[in-house]
Structures are given as C-alpha cells and as structure tokens.
Design a protein around this ligand. Structure first.
Ligand code: P6P
Length: 325
C-alpha cells in the first residue's frame, strides 16, 4: 500500500513552502532525537545532567541533548525558539518580521520515563507573526488560538509524528529503512464519548473538590451517577497519554491542585497545553482548564503553567460541569 510521505501530505493540504520547510526540519530533528534516545543506554545518557531547568526540575542528559539537536536544526524562517529547557527566549533574528515563525517546544517530554524505557516525545507549537515585533519576551506571549500548526513526535515501539496544520490531524510513522515519515493514520478523530480517564491518582488528597467528586463518581461505575464503568490509564508521559486519546478516545487530566496551585498547575501552557489543545480540538475533542478553553488563555509568561483537561468532547464537558456546580 502506498503511504504518503510527510512532504506529499503537506503538499496535498496546500501548506506553503516556508511552513513545509519548517515542519520538515522539525521532523529531521525529531528523528535525530529518536536515534539518541534509542542509543541512550550505550552512550550512558539516560541519567541526570546534574542541572535543573527553569521549572526547578532535574534535567536528564537527554533533555539537554534533545534541546541542542532541536535548536541546532530548527531555524529556517524562525524569529524565536521557546524551550521548556531554556529560561530565556532564544532570539534568532535581530528584527523579527511579519511572516516569521515562533516555535515553542518541549524537546523531551516525559523524560522521567527514560531509564525505565517507556515512551517519551517532543512537543512543538508554531505561530506565524502577522506583524514585526520587538525582541522582547512579552512579544512571544501569544494565545494558543494564534497557532498555525502543532504536533508531537512519540519515541515508543515505533517513532511517530502527529501533526495538524489546520486541516485535521495526521499521524505518520518513521520508516527505519527509508528514513521517511509515512502517513499511517490519516484524519485521526477522538470519539465524542469515553469510559477511560488518565490522571495521576496518587495526588487524590491534593485535588480540588470538583476533580475529586468527578473521579469518585467514575469509580462508582455502573451503580454510580455515571451509570457506566471506567478504565484508568496513566503513562506519566503526556505525549503517550495524548497519543492514546487521539487513537482511541479518553480524557486526560492534570488539574491544578494543592501541590501545584502556587505555580498555576503542573503542565506548561506554551509548549504542552497549547499544542496538545490544538491537536485535540482539530481531532474533534476539547481542551479545557476546567473553567475555560485552554487555547483562549492569555499568556502571562512563556513558562506559564495551566490546569489541563483534554480529550473526548462530551467527557470534557462533564468535567467542566463538575467545576461549575
Ligand atoms: P507526574 C512529564 O514530566 C510531564 O510533564 C508530562 O509529560 C506528564 O503528563 C506529567 O509531567 C507527569 O506528571 O505527576 O505523573 O510525574
């Protein structure tokens, strides 16, 4: 069966040359990162780097390596790079102009899973400037509704690339023989309903009442208020959990809780919540803070955190209802 290459699919969607070049560069960077992850055990790079990122999280050596690979390859038409692993904005142009891109990325999401050989990934979000901006950090605080493309690579049993450029969600798989990303999951859609939730249940005692009541009700199953049984999954890797939801439905929750409320939540808006929110919405799902649409959050900082509830549209609506009652 002939499967389209990434370039063929981007051309079929009428993607302009500049965005096509940028996305192809991102795909090359992700393939290189996948290779370094795969060889981590031999290179001795699966461990800690001995440093912390701006979030105060211990960096893995591969976090730093992945960031360097991504920043070293992704530059064509890019005015600025915003990385989870770098405190400051990485300005690539002296005078950012209309038409330039800003790329927000988490170079290696879920890296706490590296030493136990579970799936990790790279998440990216792309905004195109509609006017010249000053080289000022405030200028990259752009709401998720302004994204023109977003996606992630997932480094698991196979290396996948899932992408939206505004016309649905396409899933590609890296072909080891040819080195090409081939279209293996066209038009990914999230079922409206689900009986599967993903949450770190060890934080139960920290959750706000709406989340605790929602999960309690799900766990009461067919004899409870939901009238149906639920399954639970938690990968501790957002890319892996979101990939499952894009593939078979479900709902993912990383809510604000007593342990992360001071920071606004656990997950980051610009390079986790916004790109995953764009993908989920493009696949027919919903992405909420519990009290509003994630993509409409007005950023106050490029490392801002937000509560994240995303996935099957009807289930996200149920969770928002728990937050409003
Ligand atoms: P916890 C990974 O560090 C991450 O940013 C997401 O990929 C993931 O969903 C979450 O944090 C895991 O958090 O509480 O399970 O360690």
């Amino acid at each position: 069966m002939h499967q389209k290459t990434l370039r063929q699919e981007l051309d079929a969607q009428g993607t302009d040359a500049d965005l096509t070049r940028l996305i192809e560069d991102i795909a090359v960077a992700c393939a290189r990162i996948a290779d370094r992850v795969r060889h981590g055990a031999f290179a001795g790079t699966l461990g800690a780097a001995g440093t912390e990122n701006v979030q105060g999280e211990t960096q893995k050596e591969l976090d730093v390596i992945s960031d360097e690979i991504f920043a070293g390859i992704v530059s064509s038409g890019v005015a600025a790079l915003v990385s989870e692993e770098v405190d400051t904005v990485n300005w690539l142009k002296d005078k950012p102009q209309a038409g330039d891109f800003i790329v927000y990325y988490d170079p290696l999401d879920g890296s706490s899973n590296l030493d136990v050989n579970l799936s990790v990934g790279t998440i990216f979000s792309i905004v195109r400037l509609d006017e010249a901006i000053a080289r000022d950090d405030a200028a990259v605080r752009i709401a998720g509704t302004r994204q023109i493309a977003a996606g992630y690579a997932i480094y698991g049993p196979s290396t996948g690339l899932v992408l939206t450029v505004g016309q649905g969600v396409q899933g590609f798989t890296h072909h080891p023989g040819s080195g090409a990303f081939l279209l293996t999951a066209p038009d990914m859609r999230i079922p409206e309903e689900t009986q599967e939730f993903a949450i770190n249940a060890s934080r139960y005692d920290k959750w706000e009442p709406p989340v605790r009541t929602y999960i309690d009700d799900c766990l009461r199953g067919a004899n409870g208020p939901r009238d149906k049984t639920f399954n639970m999954r938690w990968c501790a890797s957002m890319v892996a959990d979101v990939h499952r939801i894009l593939t078979r439905g479900g709902v993912f929750l990383y809510p604000r809780d007593a342990g992360n409320a001071a920071q606004g939540g656990k997950l980051r808006l610009m390079y986790e919540a916004n790109p995953m929110g764009l993908l989920v919405e493009a696949a027919g799902g919903a992405a909420s803070t519990g009290r509003g649409r994630i993509l409409e959050v007005s950023p106050e900082g490029h490392h801002q955190r937000v509560p994240v509830i995303l996935g099957s549209k009807a289930e996200v609506a149920v969770i928002e209802e728990y937050h409003s009652s």
